[in-house]
Design a protein around this ligand. Structure first.
Ligand code: EPS
Length: 393
């Protein structure tokens, strides 16, 4: 386990989400309204979400680990209220209730319903599974990742996340997306190209009108990572391995790519590998097909990660399933749901990657205080300057 550990708890329609993040250094300025809430708002945005997003207005409440706006080094506890809970108090009551809950007994293909019900013996009411399997949990993961982003920013590491494709429509990503960061705030599907945006909106509306759902691909980039974060000597500390595990754990993600990803398998070595050059006396690369990671370590170029999301599994025109209470074949359960949550996935991936990078940075450089960490990172960055190496020789 890495230096940063976290746990989330909470059901989609329970009273609130709870999270604890442990391992953050002391001395970081952290204010929920400034550092977390705007990112939670971004996660809620996007054409294709359900009416639920008009009910919720996610805000994080920090209840420990921060004093007078500065981290103390103690575990940081956070809560996010579910506003929808008032309508679910009976169904989701913690205590036994006099009235029977409405039971869900027909699992949805693609969802955790069936496997989770068999695993925990919840076949009499699948709500015990689906409430926790729900991607509502990602609100807390984003809140925790937003804290990791505060640490990355203190080290001069910046990020951006956007949609590459939804359904059959691809966006045209600019060569340097950082230069067009502000455009993303105006796109309801988090793409750069306006024509692609219109086509994606039409595709989402078409899927909705047919009771269907859509998946897609998102990408995020982090620039400013120092070299050698991760490991080439321990399989379980390899940065690409850690990223893949963290991203694959996000609800509905079915594939992860780093850099050229699958495409690398179709090119020759001469076209794929990133030549080493000098840039103002510093070691640099002429391309970045490795996505900033070689040998399980950051190589100083920007980190590029993509994730593919399957179409959401709750269909308003449901697939066939089996009623676990009666043994009859029937249509799957229908529950209010999103048609497409790919723009939200971009924000979730960005923050989950931020957590993974922050944890790996702390594993590599240590530091009880943010300043200790910063000094060590600067020292590592200096090693990429060749004049310094030759002056020492
Ligand atoms: C989800 C179903 C929808 C989504 C939810 C995830 O919720 P509801 O059934 O209440 O409409 O909106 O996501 C969120 C609530 C969120 O904040 O992301 C599911 O089944 O996974």
């Amino acid at each position: 386990m890495g230096r940063l550990r976290y746990l989330t708890a909470g059901e989609s329609h329970g009273q609130r989400l709870t999270g604890i993040l442990e391992g953050m250094p002391a001395g970081l300025s952290l204010i929920a309204e400034r550092d977390i809430d705007p990112i939670l708002k971004e996660r809620q945005r996007g054409h294709g979400r359900s009416r639920r997003q008009q009910i919720e207005s996610d805000t994080a409440r920090i209840t420990s680990g921060v004093r007078h706006g500065v981290t103390t080094g103690a575990p940081i506890a956070i809560t996010i209220e579910n506003k929808d809970w008032v309508r679910w108090q009976q169904q989701m009551a913690i205590e036994p209730t006099a009235t029977e809950p409405t039971r869900v007994t027909v699992p949805r293909p693609g969802h955790a319903d069936l496997a989770g019900a068999i695993k925990y013996d919840h076949t009499a009411d699948l709500r015990n599974v689906l409430e926790r399997a729900s991607a509502r949990e990602t609100a807390m993961r984003v809140a925790i990742g937003a804290i990791a982003q505060v640490l990355l920013r203190a080290l001069g590491i910046e990020s951006i996340a956007y949609v590459k494709s939804i359904g059959n429509t691809q966006d045209r990503t600019p060569d340097d997306p950082f230069t067009l960061h502000s455009r993303l705030a105006t796109s309801t599907v988090r793409v750069f190209d306006e024509a692609a945006e219109a086509q994606i909106i039409a595709e989402i509306d078409d899927a909705r009108s047919k009771g269907d759902t859509l998946g897609g691909v998102v990408e995020c980039r982090f620039r400013g990572m120092p070299v050698g974060v991760g490991s080439h000597v321990h399989w379980d500390r390899k940065l690409d391995g850690l990223l893949a595990q963290a991203i694959m754990s996000i609800q509905a993600v079915k594939a992860v790519e780093i850099g050229a990803g699958l495409q690398a398998a179709h090119s020759r070595g001469s076209a794929n590998h990133d030549a080493i050059a000098l840039n103002d006396g510093s070691l640099a690369r002429t391309s970045n097909n490795a996505g900033g990671i070689e040998g399980g370590m950051s190589n100083g170029e920007y980190i590029v990660v993509r994730a593919a999301m399957k179409p959401i599994s709750t269909l308003m025109q449901p697939l066939q399933s089996v009623n676990l209470a009666t043994g009859e074949e029937t249509k799957a359960h229908i529950e209010r749901s999103d048609v497409c949550a790919v723009p939200a996935l971009a924000i979730i991936v960005e923050n989950v990657v931020a957590l993974t990078l922050a944890s790996a940075l702390l594993d590599t450089f240590g530091g009880d205080t943010a300043n200790e960490l910063l000094v060590r990172v600067q020292e590592r960055r200096n090693r990429m300057k060749l004049e310094r190496a030759s002056a020492q020789a």
